[in-house]
Design a binder for this molecule. Structure first.
Ligand code: HDE
Length: 729
C-alpha cells in the first residue's frame, strides 16, 4: 500500500514580497462592557450573554419592568411601540430549531481523553501519543424518537465523540451497535422512513414495532444483522455509562512514515456492558422517561465519572481490504474480537455535565469528515454518503454554514480559513484578501506541508474500474454473521431475542410482513424461527440458504462475567419502627463503595431520632423497582405504617398483618427482573409473603446488615441473577 506521500511541487512565486503573517484570527469575545457613564466595567469580555446585574433588552438597555406590556391605560389596548414586548415574543417564537432528522434525543457530557501511546506505530495523530490529554464532548442518543421521546426505548444508541485536538477537531461518530442496516448510503432515507412513525397517523413514536419497519427489513435482508442486535439486549442499555461504542466503518490510520493500517474503533466501558430487561424498559418509559440522561448527569455530578477505553482492531492495508474472508468495507459485518483482538489506545473520562442543554447538547454538530492527520477514511460506501450528509444537515439544522463558530463546535486548534460571511457570521475577519494566492494580505495564510502537521490524504491506489451501480459479491452474505451473533448468545439472551421478535411482530398488522420476517429468521436459526412463529401462531418456514456453523464469539455476550459496581443504585426498604441503626450501617457502607443508597419508607421526611435522623429518599408512592439495581430489606413495613396504607387495609385492599402491597410489588418486580435482593434478621419474612424461596439465586438474607450487603454485592457483580430467567435451551 502507499508509502510516504509524494513531495508537493514548489509553490508558484507570488507577485509581491510577503509581509509578516497576519496574527491568527482574533478570538470572538465581545467588546469591553461599559457602565451607564461609558466607562468600562471590567466585567469579563466573554460574558456577553449574561453581563451586569440588571434585566436589559437584547440591546443592553436596562428595564424597569418585564411583566407588563405598555398599554394606553391599565385596562386599555397594548401599544405596538412596546419594543421589548415585540422583541421578547419574537425571540420566543424562534426558540426552537429543527430537531435532528435522526438521533434527535440525546444527552451529553464533557470530558478528557488520554492517549496511551500504544497507537504510535500505526497513527501519527498527536492526540493518541502517550499522556497527551485532549478535551472531549460526547453526545449519546437514541435514533428513531423525537427530541421529547423516552430514553429506554428499544433502539440503537448513538455514541458521538468530539476530540478537540491541537491538530484540529476529530469526530468519532459511532453507535453502540457495531454494524448498520444498510451497505450503501443511498438506502439511508429508505431505512429511516421505514423506522420513523407512519406518515398518515404519525404513530408509533420511537419504536421499531410497526409494519413499515418490518416490511423494509424483511425485504432488504442486508438489514438482518443490525436488526438482530436491535432485538437483543444491546438495544436496551441499563445506562449510557454501560454501553460499548463502535466506529462501525473501517478507518485507515497513517503513521509518521506514511504507512497505513486499517482499523475498527471500539469504546469499552469500564463498568461493563449491561442492559435493562424489556419489562423494566417499558415501565421506565412511564415512570422516568429521562432515565438515561438523569443517570448520566447524576453520576457525573456525584463524582462517579464514567470511563471508556478506546481500542482498535488492526488489519493489514492490503489491496483486497479483507480480513479472514471478511470484507472490511461492508458495514454490516464485524470482525470477531477473538480473531482480531481490541488493543486499548487511550482512556476517556466524562467529568462535567453541560452547563446549558441547548447551547451545547443540541447545537453540537458532529461530522465523520472531521479528521486529523493520522486518521483517514476508507471506501466503505456507507461512510462516503455520511461524509456528505453531516455537513449538509447542520446547514439546515443550525441555520447556515457558520455553525462551526458556535462555542461548542469551535476547534481548540487555531482556525485560519478563508470561509467568509453567511448567516450568523460572528467572526470579525481582518484583511482584504480572503483568497489564495494573494499579495495584499502578505500571502497569508500559508500552506502547511507534512512537516508542519498538514492533513495530507493518503494517495491510495484505486483499481481500474468501470462506473457501475453495483454492490460487490462479498456484500451478498446477509445471514452468516447474524447466525454467528445468535450462536454467541447465552440461552437467557436467546430467550430475550425470541421475546423481542415475538413482541415486535405481534404489533404488526400485515400478515405478509410477519411471514416474510419468519423466512428471514429461518435463515438465521431454525430454533429462533420456530419459537417466534409459535408466538405468532404461524407455521415456521424452512431455511432457504445453507446454515453455516461459525464458532461463537463469546465477546458478543453480556452474560457470565463480573463487573465493578460504581454508581449502582441500592434501595433500602426501612420500617419506621425497625432497625434504623442497620439502615445507617448499610447506607454508609454503600456510599463508601461508590454506589448510591436510596432509603425507601412509607412517607417522606426523616426516620428515627431528631439528633441522628435517617433521610428518606423514596416513598412507597414514588419507589418503582426499575430505579434500583438491588434491594435490601431492613424491615417489612405493614400497610398501617402510613395513612394511605392504613386506609387500604381498612378498605380490605390489603391484609393488615402482611407487608404493605406496594412493598410486595417492589419486591416481586425486582425478583422478576433478576435483581439481587437481600436483608437481615426477620426481614426475610417478606419473601414468604411473596412466595420467593430464600435459597433462590441472588436472594441473600443474612443475620447482620454487613453480611447481607457483602453477599448482595457479590450477587450484583454479575449484573443480574441470570438463573432466575427462563432460558431458550
Ligand atoms: Fe448518522 N446521521 N447517518 N450514522 N449519526 C446523523 O447528522 C447519516 C450512520 C450517527 O449526536 C445526522 O447531525 C447517513 C452510521 C450518530 O449529533 C445525519 C447515514 C452511524 C448521530 C446523519 C448514517 C451513524 C448521527 C442527523 C448513512 C454509526 C448523532 C443529525 C449513510 C457509525 C450525532 C446530524 C449527534 C446523526 C446521516 C449512518 C451515527 C442526517 C446519511 C452508520 C451517533 O447527518
Amino acid at each position: 500500500m502507499p508509502g510516504k506521500p509524494a513531495p508537493r511541487p514548489p509553490a508558484v512565486a507570488e507577485p509581491t514580497r510577503p509581509r509578516e503573517p497576519l496574527p491568527p484570527k482574533p478570538d470572538q469575545t465581545g467588546p469591553d462592557t461599559l457602565g451607564p457613564t461609558g466607562q468600562p466595567t471590567g466585567a469579563p469580555r466573554a460574558a456577553m450573554a449574561q453581563g451586569g446585574a440588571y434585566l436589559t433588552t437584547a440591546q443592553g438597555a436596562r428595564l424597569p419592568d418585564g411583566d407588563h406590556s405598555l398599554k394606553a391605560g391599565a385596562r386599555g389596548p397594548v401599544l405596538l411601540q412596546d419594543h421589548h414586548l415585540r422583541e421578547k415574543i419574537t425571540h420566543f417564537d424562534h426558540e426552537r430549531i429543527p430537531e435532528r432528522v435522526v438521533h434527535a434525543r440525546g444527552a451529553a457530557a464533557h470530558g478528557v481523553f488520554q492517549g496511551y501511546g500504544t497507537a504510535a506505530k500505526v497513527s501519527r495523530a498527536a492526540f493518541l501519543a502517550k499522556g497527551v490529554e485532549t478535551p472531549v464532548f460526547v453526545r449519546f442518543s437514541t435514533v428513531l424518537g423525537s427530541r421529547g421521546s423516552a430514553d429506554t426505548v428499544r433502539d440503537t444508541r448513538g455514541f458521538a465523540t468530539k476530540f478537540y485536538t491541537g491538530e484540529g477537531t476529530f469526530d468519532l461518530v459511532g453507535n453502540n451497535i457495531p454494524v448498520f442496516f444498510i451497505q450503501d448510503a443511498i438506502k439511508f432515507p429508505d431505512v429511516i422512513h421505514a423506522g420513523k412513525p407512519h406518515p398518515d397517523r404519525e404513530i408509533p413514536q420511537a419504536q421499531s414495532a410497526h409494519d413499515t419497519f418490518w416490511d423494509f427489513v424483511s425485504l432488504h435482508t442486508e438489514a438482518t444483522h443490525h436488526t438482530l442486535w436491535n432485538m437483543s439486549d444491546r438495544a436496551l442499555p441499563r445506562s449510557l455509562r454501560m454501553m460499548e461504542g463502535f466506529g462501525v466503518h473501517t478507518f485507515r490510520l497513517v503513521n509518521a512514515e506514511g504507512a497505513t493500517t486499517l482499523v475498527k474503533f471500539h469504546w469499552k466501558p469500564k463498568l461493563g456492558v449491561h442492559s435493562l430487561v424489556w419489562e423494566e424498559a417499558q415501565l421506565t418509559n412511564g415512570t422516568d422517561p429521562d432515565f438515561h440522561r438523569r443517570d448520566l448527569a447524576d453520576a457525573i455530578e456525584s463524582g462517579a465519572f464514567p470511563q471508556w477505553e478506546l481500542g482498535i482492531q488492526t488489519f493489514p492495508d492490503t489491496p483486497e481490504q479483507t480480513f479472514e474472508g471478511i470484507d472490511l468495507l461492508d458495514p454490516t459485518k464485524i470482525v470477531p474480537e477473538e480473531v482480531a483482538p481490541v488493543v486499548p489506545i487511550g482512556l476517556m473520562t466524562l467529568n462535567a455535565n453541560p452547563t446549558n442543554y441547548f447551547a451545547e447538547t443540541e447545537q453540537v454538530a458532529f461530522h465523520p469528515g472531521h479528521l486529523v492527520p493520522g486518521i483517514d477514511v476508507t471506501d466503505d460506501p456507507l461512510l462516503a454518503g455520511r461524509l456528505f450528509s453531516y455537513l449538509d444537515t447542520q446547514i439546515s439544522r443550525l441555520g447556515g454554514p457558520n455553525f462551526g463558530q458556535i462555542p461548542i463546535n469551535r476547534p481548540h486548534a487555531p482556525v485560519n480559513d478563508m470561509l467568509r460571511d453567511g448567516a450568523h457570521q460572528t467572526a470579525v475577519h481582518t484583511g482584504v484578501a480572503p483568497y489564495r494566492p494573494n499579495s495584499l494580505d502578505g500571502g497569508c495564510p500559508f500552506l502547511a506541508g507534512a512537516d508542519d502537521g498538514a492533513f495530507i490524504e493518503v494517495p491510495v491506489e484505486l483499481p481500474a474500474a468501470r462506473k457501475v451501480r453495483e454492490a460487490p459479491a462479498s456484500f451478498a452474505d446477509h445471514f452468516g454473521q447474524p447466525r454467528l451473533f445468535w450462536l454467541s448468545m447465552t440461552p437467557v439472551e436467546r430467550e430475550h431475542i425470541i421475546a423481542a421478535y415475538t413482541f415486535e411482530l405481534a404489533k404488526c398488522y400485515e400478515q405478509a410482513v410477519k411471514e416474510r420476517t419468519l423466512a428471514v429468521l429461518a435463515n438465521i436459526d431454525p430454533r429462533l424461527c420456530a419459537e417466534v412463529a409459535a408466538g405468532l401462531g404461524l407455521p415456521a418456514p424452512a431455511a432457504t440458504v445453507p446454515l453455516a456453523d461459525p464458532g461463537p464469539s463469546p465477546a458478543l455476550s453480556q452474560v457470565g462475567r463480573e463487573w465493578p459496581l460504581d454508581g449502582r443504585v441500592i434501595g433500602i426498604v426501612a420500617d419506621p419502627g425497625g432497625d434504623l441503626a442497620g439502615v445507617r450501617t448499610v447506607r454508609d457502607a454503600v456510599l463508601a463503595d461508590g454506589m448510591v443508597p436510596l432509603v425507601i419508607a412509607p412517607t417522606g421526611g426523616t426516620l428515627g431520632p431528631r439528633k441522628n435522623p435517617v433521610t428518606v429518599q423514596r416513598t412507597f408512592a414514588t419507589a418503582r423497582s426499575v430505579e434500583f439495581d438491588a434491594l435490601l430489606f431492613a424491615g417489612v413495613p405493614g400497610p398501617a405504617a402510613d395513612a394511605r396504607g392504613a386506609r387500604d387495609a381498612k378498605a380490605g385492599a390489603a391484609r393488615s398483618d402482611g407487608p404493605d402491597p406496594r412493598v410486595l410489588l417492589l419486591l416481586t418486580e425486582a425478583y422478576r427482573h433478576g435483581k439481587a435482593i437481600g436483608g437481615w434478621k426477620s426481614a426475610s419474612r417478606v419473601l414468604d409473603a411473596a412466595g420467593i424461596g430464600a435459597d433462590e439465586p441472588g436472594i441473600v438474607f443474612r443475620a447482620t446488615p454487613a453480611a447481607a450487603l457483602k453477599q448482595l454485592k457479590r450477587a450484583m457483580a454479575g449484573h443480574r441473577a441470570w438463573d432466575r430467567f427462563p432460558a431458550a435451551d
